[in-house]
Ligand binder design. Structure first.
Ligand code: G3H
Length: 529
């Protein structure tokens, strides 16, 4: 497990650290002259030391104010070029951005591997999925706009209804999908006419820097502002101004709550949040065990379990638990651990420095309270990894049950009565997704009906996941606020607004003139091809 002994082929070495001292405010790529933060990878070269990848600005509250002022000025109380622009012109800017983003694929993929330890395959997928997301968002916006290219007439009042932007959006993404999940917030926010401030996560930050120019060259000044640094130093002062209309954050609820608390006008602030999930799997006695093992491996351990949609706990029926445990533990030990760019690698170094010790602590706590580590390699510890431990039987007093591990350790809980997992899920603070494994419709049917009231996606005989991005991604309780999908995100970042006009000759002549002219971008019935 000591990856520092593995030679790194030429193509993947970090020859020159990327020292980026630029940030984007007011349409200008400014030079930062203050403090900087070094960015290290937890993947070590043969000297055993973490690898220096580069550095980024460590900005302060003055820079934060510069960014919020820029976004506020670009929205310009609704008068800005961007919020008043024709939909087709905003789409053209977005297309320009896509074309300018594409050439950076290799560099972004390499940084995804080094910065957050994502496998090459998954890093490529993250980039490509993001491009697809942007293109699909454009198509979805065209459809939405076509539906608005009309007038209603109810009770003698004409209405021309469209979706308008909300104002200034602060976007904060997570380290596990630093490109995709952040852009799934930023892109719909932008295309709907909002102006934005984007602060990359602490890990997965350098990979944003090659895209700064693309943002600058594609959008009008002040529409996209990109700042770097710690949340409490820059996101908090931005919220304190009271000018943020939408907080769009995928990450931990403690950050979301802390930032909301900073905003002086609570009802002004709209929230789009993707938070913790702690998704469970329920494995019924008639489930196809080969399929269950396959899906649970990918569900629990893809990207080392560091996904909000990962399966964090497995409830297995007592009749099959022994057989399941045997097969699953063997499958876990057969997973290939290595560097992200190696062929066939599945488990990779953890990007957070303290994570291996944290996971080790969860394992020790569970073992001290009666759980066993079922797999031979479970808990093997190195500087940057803790090999996935399969823990059985797990009980509610163990930390691994109470905390969302967000890493490579898998708790298994046996059950005899279905009410046991149902009670646990109902009592949980989270409600994103569930995986339900079984075949008999007499058992599955009623369970689906209950889960549909407890979570937002029931995955039948498959692992939990976000995609395809066209489907709604959300959660109940503390798991989310708002719904994201290509289509839903456009709605989440906008509000319905309409021009109402009494159906009389005086008004109708004005409307006809507005429609025949270019005098209003809002009032138009153009059909976007
Ligand atoms: O971290 C949460 C992500 O939304 C998970 O997405 O299910 O596509 O890996 P995914």
């Amino acid at each position: 497990m000591d990856t520092s002994k593995i030679a790194i082929s030429e193509q993947y070495t970090i020859k020159n650290p990327l020292h980026s001292n630029k940030y984007l405010v007011n349409g200008v790529l400014k030079q930062w002259t203050g403090e900087t933060s070094e960015v290290y990878s937890n993947i070590c070269y043969t000297d055993g030391a973490p690898t220096l990848l580069g550095s980024v600005p460590d900005m302060d509250s003055d820079a934060a104010n510069e960014a919020i002022n820029s976004a506020v000025a670009a929205f310009d109380r609704g008068k800005g070029d961007w919020p008043t622009m024709k939909v087709k012109d905003r789409i053209a800017c977005m297309m320009t951005f896509v074309e300018k983003m594409r050439p950076h694929r290799d560099q972004v993929v390499k940084l995804l591997m080094w910065e957050i330890g994502k496998t090459k395959n998954d890093a490529c997928k993250e980039f490509d999925r993001t491009i697809d997301y942007i293109l699909n968002t454009i198509e979805a916006y065209k459809k939405l706009d076509r539906k608005s290219a009309r007038f209603d007439n109810q009770s003698g009042i004409f209405a021309h209804i469209r979706r308008s932007p909300l104002g200034v959006v602060l976007c904060l993404g997570p380290y596990n999908y630093p490109l995709n999940e952040t852009f799934c917030l930023l892109i719909p926010a932008l295309i709907m006419g909002n102006t934005t401030i984007f602060k990359p996560a602490k890990l997965g930050v350098l990979l944003i820097t090659p895209l700064l120019e693309a943002f600058q060259e594609s959008f009008p000044a002040g529409v996209v502002n990109i700042v770097f640094g710690r949340g409490r130093k820059i996101a908090a002062p931005i919220m304190q101004t009271g000018f943020v209309d939408v907080l769009a954050l995928i990450g931990h609820s403690t950050s979301a709550v802390a930032l909301q608390d900073e905003h002086p006008f609570k009802n002004r602030l709209r929230l789009i949040l993707g938070l913790e999930a702690n998704n469970p799997a329920i494995i019924l006695p008639d489930a196809d065990l080969d399929l269950v093992v396959r899906e649970c491996i990918s569900g629990t351990l893809s990207y080392n379990g560091q996904r909000c949609t990962a399966l964090k706990v497995l409830f297995v029926h007592a009749d099959i638990v022994e057989e399941f445990n045997k097969r699953y533990a063997e499958a876990v030990d057969a997973l290939q651990y290595g560097l992200p760019w190696e062929d066939g690698v599945f488990l990779t170094p953890l990007p957070e420095k303290n994570k291996p010790a944290y996971i080790d602590g969860l394992i020790k706590d569970a073992v001290s309270k009666g759980a066993e580590v079922l797999n031979k390699r479970g808990g093997e510890l190195s500087e940057n990894y803790c090999y996935p431990a399969v823990l059985y039987p797990v009980s509610t007093d163990m930390r691994v049950y109470q905390e969302e591990q967000f890493g490579p350790v898998v708790p298994i809980i046996p059950f005899t009565n279905i009410d046991e997992p149902l009670d646990a899920i109902a009592a949980s603070q989270y409600g994103q997704q569930v995986s339900l494994f079984g075949k008999d419709t007499k058992s599955l049917g009623p369970l689906i009906d209950i889960f549909a009231n407890l979570v937002c996606r029931v995955n039948l005989n498959s692992a939990c996941q976000r995609g395809p991005d066209i489907y709604p991604f959300t959660g109940r309780k503390n798991s989310a606020v708002g719904t994201l999908s290509v289509f839903d995100a456009l709605r989440s970042f906008s509000i319905r607004c309409f021009v109402a006009s009494k159906d009389n000759q005086y008004n109708n002549e004005i409307l006809e003139k507005l429609l025949a002219s270019e005098d209003s971008n809002f009032i138009n019935t153009d059909y976007l091809l």
